[in-house]
Design a protein. Structure first.
Length: 172
């Protein structure tokens, strides 16, 4: 049986999400925002974040996996579910649950530029900086976390634990 221990409480997470939402609202006050949420893990963060942004937001979802050695400049991207709205000439915020090696998010950013996005900012609630293989600028980051396998607040282990309200480390 897995052992699950809290790393970050629900209260701390919600306070941070509110802060990020305010920051995004300030930074984008001149224009519209298109949120591209990376499934499945970021569905809970996205739901909380968009309700803390007081500007018009368009929301789209994408699901992808990236493969590739760190020595390859960008891993190969496999899109499993694609966005269903046009992104050409739009200001995009790519919303992730966790950035680990950085391969997935950097390929997704390139993909959105290939589709004609005007700008792409990256927003993640959790960041395992220590594990980075591909340098990527994170524009909005909730928490830098230690190199542990984590679950909760949208993140799973074997498709379970996504519904935990806090972030937990899991050990087998
Ligand atoms: P990257 O391309 O940055 O290595 O991969 C990021 C993806 O790996 C995340 O979107 C997430 O799906 C998965 N991932 C990385 N670290 C963890 C973790 O600690 N827990 C869970 N549940 N998924 C993780």
């Amino acid at each position: 049986m897995e052992k699950v221990e809290e790393l970050i409480s629900e209260k701390e997470i919600l306070a941070k999400v509110e802060e990020i939402g305010k920051q995004i609202s300030d930074d984008f006050k001149e224009g519209d925002i298109t949120i591209v949420s990376v499934l499945k893990g970021s569905f809970i963060f996205t739901a909380d974040l968009v309700r803390n942004i007081n500007l018009p937001v368009e929301i789209a979802f994408i699901a992808a996996s990236s493969y590739g050695a760190s020595t390859v400049s960008s891993g190969e991207l496999k899109i499993r579910y694609d966005i269903d709205i046009p992104v050409k000439d739009k200001d995009i915020i790519l919303v992730e649950d966790i950035v680990d090696t950085g391969l997935t998010i950097s390929r997704l950013k390139e993909y959105l530029f290939e589709l004609g996005a005007k700008s792409v900012k990256i927003c993640t609630i959790f960041d395992k900086v220590e594990r980075r293989e591909k340098q990527v600028d994170i524009d909005y980051c909730g928490f830098v976390i230690p190199n542990e396998f984590v679950v909760g607040y949208g993140l799973d282990y074997n498709n379970k634990y996504r519904n935990l309200k806090n972030l937990c480390k899991i050990t087998m």
